[in-house]
Design a protein around this ligand. Sequence first.
Ligand code: FE
Length: 484
Amino acid sequence: MADLFIKNGIVLTLNETREILDDGGVVITDREIEAVGPTDQLEAEYDADQTIDASGHAVLPGFIDAHVHVSDILVRGTGTSRELYDWIQNVKRPAVNEMTDEDHEIAAALFSQEAIQSGITTFVENASGAADGYPESVIERKFAAYEAAGMRNVYAYAFADTEPDPEHATFMEHFRRKEPEVTHVSPSETLTDTDEILADIESLIQTYHGSAAGRQSVWPAPYWTEIVTPEALLGAYELAEKYDVMTTTHTAESVDDEARRSQSSIEYLDNVGYLGERTLLGHCVVLSERDIRKLALTDTKIANNLKTNLALGDGIAPVPQLINYGVTVAVATDNTTANNAANMLSNMAFADLVQKGLHQDATIMTAEKVIEMATIDAARAIGREDDLGSIEPGKLADLVMIDLDYPHLTPNLHTPSTIVYQTQGFEVDTVICNGEIILEDRTVHGIDEEYPELRSDAATAAEAISERAGLTSIQQRPWQSRYK
Ligand code: FE
């Protein structure tokens, strides 16, 4: 007896041949997909405890968000129209540095609810505080929220173990001077010892990796190429190898980052020995052709944080060129304060349309490729292509159902195009993760039960954080019709 039978859906399998079943079914037993095929065929072969009629729905693999910052969600909307380091120095770091353990849990619950409602079943959280990693008390509270939500999370423990070079420090100081009322955090206040932090991460992997019925993972995450030592990068890669996980860092995010360097970030990481199949690099906006070749050669993966890169004025990663070289690229929402939302479907549309406009070439991306970048390619990008990213027997049962019965989705003549160009995000009505229904009728029951006053709690927490971090004047800025 199977646990769950989803029938009558348009099933985008994302299997090897990218098969789409017009009247398809999926049989789920325990945590896994047991069978996929035409509804009538499966109906004759299987009995299930529960059946979901997916008529009028597209059924896809759960979306995988390959690069996320969760806690900042409580100050999103603050400091818009600021460039990267202005925003980091004057908004992000001051805010997260003032958050209590409870604030982090509220942020995690809010993020989970929003992410699941846009079809995200797995996310990689780049868990960076002011620059160092969060204490275990914060990790416990965040994991409690993710467990309640029922989604799959990778906790990429971020840290910094060296100061930025003096030129960059001056650059950051210049931005801090701009906002004297903000409670700033100097990067040197949050440095960690390389050996100690790697030992701490190893212990976290031993404690949490595979917890919550296998849904939770831990990776080592040197925060950002500029503020980690070669020893930390190599140590992180070795830990990833030892525990069969991945490692991730922020790389080549802005022109300023790259302009200061005598060698590109990619060349540097290559020389250090950090590039490789277990490395997922966030951003990679500013790349040379040579950098792209090195990424391809080493099978290094990329998280494309396009909406955040656009919002901060950083630029547009050369995703079509990366793909042409065979580099695996995943769509990611990145920072909820800069992107301003954890809406995977919106990010998928941007990932396609922005490249077409930039290159003045409508053939350069396709809806199909973007769906791959949110599912099977993203699974590969996080080292999980064997058990996530497609609807195939033996894979973990992570599925999204999108209701197509809306005026703006009618007619549905080409399902991949309908999903990428016409949805707005709210059409996701059912989500299954690890074989469990975690979104039903747009409701994340696990979060509603554990956090019944979530939105008012989040609003109250946000107000207090802003007060403590000195962000109130930024939030109450006068109307700005001109840029400066
Ligand atoms: Fe990031």
